[in-house]
Every structure is written in C-alpha cells, then in structure tokens.
Design a protein around this ligand. Structure first.
Ligand code: GDP
Length: 571
C-alpha cells in the first residue's frame, strides 16, 4: 500500500474527513490538513481500528437483537434412582399448581406442566426417569435446560443417580440436586454431600458450586426453595425464545386414542404454534386441528415453553423428534417424503455396517478427527471398577482424552446404549455380561459393546484406542540417489538423464536436487522413464530420464536424492 492522503483514506473507509481527523487526533497522529499524507503504518492502524470498531458495532447490534427477544421459562426434567421420590415430587408440583386453580379443575396429561411462582414460571417434563429423557434427547434437540436429580437423603447416591448425572451432563443440562425424604428420621443431607464430593462434585455447602437442596417431596418442605433455585439458574442461563419465529419444538409423547385418533403432546420451544398450522416431525406431518393445554382448555395458539396436546397428525410421530412449522401441505409432503427416501438410503448402507466393532468406531473417530474417546465402563464390583478407572486416568495423552461418561457396577443397560450412541462412544464391561436385549440395542444403534474377563485385556483395548487416535508420526526414509549425466531439452520439458547410483528412484518419491552437496530444490517427479517407457521405479546401476515438477535448471553432476515419508510406530 502506497502512501495515502487523509481525504482519500476517509473516502475509502466511508467516513467524513472530520471523522477521520478526530480519530487521528485520538491516535496522536500529527497532520497539517485533510490533504496531508499518512505513513503506511498509520493508514494500516486506522483501518484495523475501524475494522475492530465495526466488528464491535456488529456484536453490539447482535446482542441488542438478542436482548429484544423475550425470556422463556426453563424446562426441567426430574431424574434419579428408583424409589428416591421422582414421582412423588412431580405429584407434589402438579398438585401445588392445581391448588392455585379452582379446586376440582380438570387436568390433561400433555407431557409437561407449568408451575407458576411469584418469581416466574417453570415447565416440568411430566415423565420421571432418564430413559424417557434420553430417548427424547437421542432424536431431537435438547429438551431440558435443567435436570433436578433426586437423591433420597436416607440412602445417598445410588447407581442410577450416577447414570442420571452422566445423562444430564451429556445433554448439557444444568444440574440441581434435591436431597429428598428430609422428613424421615434417617435422613442425612451430609451423606448426599459426601457422596457427591466422591464424584468430584463439590456442594455449595462445601464451597463449591453444586446446588443441593433439602426437600421432602411428601410434605413439600423445601420445594419452594428448589423452585427458586431453578429460576435463579434459569436467570443466569438467560433463556430466551422468540414468539414471532417459526414454531419449533419437540414431540413429547404420541399415542392413538380409539375415539380421538392420533394424540400428540408437544413442547413448543421457539415461535408460536397456531391452530391451522402445518408441522413436520421426522417422517410425519400434521395440520393442527385442535390444541389442549394442561388445564384441559382449548387453545388457539401455544408460545415458547407451552406444552400442548394436538390433534391433526394422521400417523404417529416418534417421541423425541423435533417438529418444525412449514408453510403448507405441499411443503409438509415434500419434506417428509424426502426424509423417508433419505432413511431408506441410509438403511441400505447401515445394513452392511451392523454390529460395529471397536475398530470400526476408532476408524470413524479418526476420520472425524475426534480427539476424545467416550467410554462407559461397567464392572462386576466396585473394586474392579476403581482399579480400571485408576489405570484409565493414566492412559489419556496430550492428544487423546479418555472421557468416562459413566462408570458403574452392574451389567450394561439399554440406557447405557442410548448414552453411548448419542456420545459416539463405546461400552466396555468387565465380568458382567450384557443381556441379549442390550446387545441387540447396541447392534441396532451401532454402539460397540465388549465384555472382558481380564482387566489387562480391557486396558489393552483402551490403549489401542488411544494409539489409534494419535496423530501419526512420519519420518523421512532415504530411498536412493541418482546423478545427472546429461540434460535433454525436449518439448515436454527439461529431462535429466540420470544414473541411479544407490538404492532406487521411485516415481512417487520426494526429490531433493543437491548441487555440490547443497539442496537447491525440493519437489516431486513428473515423469520417470526407462528408455521410452514410463516406469514406477528404477534400481541402482540403471539409467533413466527424470522430469521434475517445476525444476528445469539441471547441471551435470547434480545429485537427485529420493525419499519417502514413512509412519513411525510410537510406542
Ligand atoms: P420414584 O421411583 O423415584 O418415582 O419414587 P417414588 O416417588 O415412587 O417414591 C418412592 C417411595 O418413597 C414412595 O413410597 C413415596 O411415598 C416415598 N417418598 C417419596 N418422597 C418422599 C419423602 O419426601 N418423604 C417420605 N417420607 N417418603 C417419600
């Protein structure tokens, strides 16, 4: 860039002269008038500054646009070990909601319900357990913003608590623990704290950031505080949804009713769904004929955070599928037909890839340049589980991280398969044979599942996985040398007539041209000929003609050195 006058630069940047002059003042640049020339460095600095200001301006506008979108209520799922009180908590929440309505109001199961508090509204997914949650997550978008994990304070953390934590973490939901059954004499919140510490989650009571709230799902004690905490987390998450956007959300449940036909519960996540709208969900579409909310009221529209039961699908969509608004029936039909075609095409290939092995998984991870190995570890005893985890902790390398999604005692379950499948991971078990149905599920979803009887073999398999993911290391291997004896200027280029003086020269080798021992060029061979024929390689003691890609300046006595890159084993 040549020197430029101030008025020229101002024009180039779309500023007035005065604007640029005052910017130069701020920068401390001296000038006489708007006709003064600027040093090249100064002009560059001005451009960078203006560029940054424009980027900052764009970011500020984007932030303003985001802030203009209204807040939406958080969507919460309740998970935890069996009998720890998930259903009781949901019942209590549902009842507390009813208490505010006139007594005896009708409720309708629409897959989710709202709890209104003075601080705001919370939407609860009306199905306890992480199986349902994962099935939903598996197909569609993220459903729950927050997971409440119920832990009975009489028992502490149990195997399914750990599974719930793994599922919630994998989905990216924020976690709140509810230490339940605090009304019972045997309840001890400290036990819950201790157990969570063991899992590396430090409760607020211990100076960490993991919320553990004492509650009784039976008496309702502490539930209000739990709701407050949920709303606080939601506020920090700054959840927003545009009610004016095209409607989009998740199918929560779908069933056939003898009288009503196909009944679909869905959660609107973005936009507003209206009666009369067309929607597609996976391979199915519907025209919304009617909507009912959790109070059993007919609705004409449902905005972000609303769960409603709709009529209008002709076939059952799959729970967990995302639904989106489409303009009309033509679009609905075309989109669903396209999806059916796509699935059929996929199935044709999947048929061939059934029963994926760990090696297959490694190959696809390598292709995707995935540098994390996601594992679910199952073992027969706590002791062997700990032993395996201790060894694993040492196997991660700088390049490849081993991420244990879940380490638990007991046989792999179908929900493990779901978790592994979403995370593109593998399930390795030690001395616990997965059941036939779990094996089948793994096969269908392409999740590698392998049981080991000897810890060392399991560890060895993991080592192989880590090694398989490592960046290959190459070293240069010298193949041979040739000396230039004659130079032929032909129409197709300058050919060096050579004698192979050691090793061999091969067609696809890397070539260095050395003159008096110094490298003067590096590149590839364009053609390698013996007599008149193109050949793949020429051995020591033979003559050949070499045409290089982009080097013609040969001199007699130049040495051509051929080498190739070979992968080095790194252990
Ligand atoms: P889920 O399997 O996690 O859904 O557990 P449930 O909600 O079915 O609860 C299991 C049992 O614990 C039931 O008998 C409940 O009545 C009881 N329970 C749940 N929460 C509490 C509580 O806070 N206090 C007491 N005393 N019992 C509870």
């Amino acid at each position: 860039m040549a020197k430029i006058r101030i008025y020229q630069l101002a024009k180039e940047l779309g500023m007035t002269n005065d604007e640029l002059l005052s910017l130069l003042d701020e920068m401390g640049v001296a000038y006489k008038s708007h006709a003064s020339t600027l040093e090249e460095d100064t002009a560059t600095a001005v451009k960078e500054l203006i560029g940054e200001q424009r980027v900052a301006e764009a970011a500020r506008r984007a932030e303003e646009a985001r802030k203009a979108i209204p807040h939406r209520p958080p969507v919460v799922v309740i998970m935890g070990h069996v009998d720890h009180g998930k259903t009781t908590l949901l019942d209590y929440l549902r009842k507390s909601r009813m208490a505010e309505k006139e007594a005896g109001g009708i409720t309708q199961h629409v897959g989710a319900f709202e709890v209104k508090t003075p601080q705001g509204t919370v939407v609860f997914i009306d199905t306890p357990g992480h199986e349902a949650f994962t099935t939903i997550r598996q197909r569609g978008a993220k459903v729950a913003d927050i997971a409440v994990i119920v832990v009975a304070a009489t028992e502490g953390v149990m195997p399914q608590t750990k599974e719930a934590i793994a599922h919630a973490k994998a989905s990216g939901a924020k976690i709140v623990f509810a230490a339940n059954k605090m009304d019972l004499p045997g309840a001890d919140i400290n036990r819950v704290h201790q157990d969570l510490m063991q899992l590396g989650m430090v409760p607020v009571a211990y100076g960490g950031d993991v919320e553990v709230l004492p509650i009784s799902a039976k008496t309702g004690q502490g539930v209000e505080a739990l709701l407050e905490t949920i709303l606080l987390i939601a506020e920090l998450e700054d959840l927003r949804a545009d009610p004016k956007a095209e409607a989009q959300g998740v199918i929560l449940e779908a069933r056939i009713d003898k009288q009503a036909g196909v009944l679909v519960s869905l959660l609107v996540q973005q936009g507003t769904l209206h009666v009369g709208d067309y929607v597609v969900a996976g391979e199915h579409w519907g025209k919304i004929r009617a909507m009912l909310d959790a109070e059993g009221r007919r609705r004409n529209e449902a905005g972000p955070g609303s769960a409603v039961q709709v009529l209008g699908f002709s076939e059952l969509p799959v729970a967990g599928e995302t639904f989106t608004w489409v303009p009309d029936q033509v679009a609905a039909k075309e989109i669903t037909e396209e999806r059916i075609e796509e699935r059929k095409a996929k199935e044709a290939t999947a048929e061939r890839s059934r029963g994926r092995t760990i090696a297959d998984l490694m190959r696809s991870m390598r292709e995707a340049e995935q540098k994390e190995i996601n594992l679910i570890i199952r073992a027969d005893t706590q002791g062997s589980l700990e032993a395996i985890q201790n060894i694993l902790a040492k196997e991660s390398t700088h390049e490849v991280q081993i991420k244990v999604l879940l380490a638990a005692v007991g046989a792999p379950s179908e929900s493990d398969v779901l978790l592994a499948s979403t995370a593109q991971g593998a399930i390795l078990s030690f001395n616990v044979n997965p059941s036939g149905s779990v094996r089948k599920a793994a096969e269908q979803r392409g999740v590698p599942l392998q049981n080991f009887r000897i810890i060392y073999e399991l560890v060895d398999e993991i080592r192989k996985m880590v090694r398989g993911q490592r960046e290959p290391v190459y070293k240069e291997e010298l193949l041979g040398t040739a000396e230039v004896r004659a130079i032929f200027r032909l129409s197709r280029g300058v050919v060096a007539g050579c004698m192979v003086t050691s090793g061999k020269i091969s067609r696809n080798a890397d070539i260095r041209v050395l003159r008096k021992g110094k490298e003067i060029w590096k590149g590839r061979i364009e053609s390698l000929k013996r007599l008149k024929d193109d050949v793949r390689e020429v051995a020591q003691g033979l003559e050949c003609g070499i045409l290089l890609e982009g080097f013609t300046d040969f001199q007699e006595g130049d040495v051509l050195e051929a080498s190739q890159q070979v992968e080095v084993a790194t252990d």
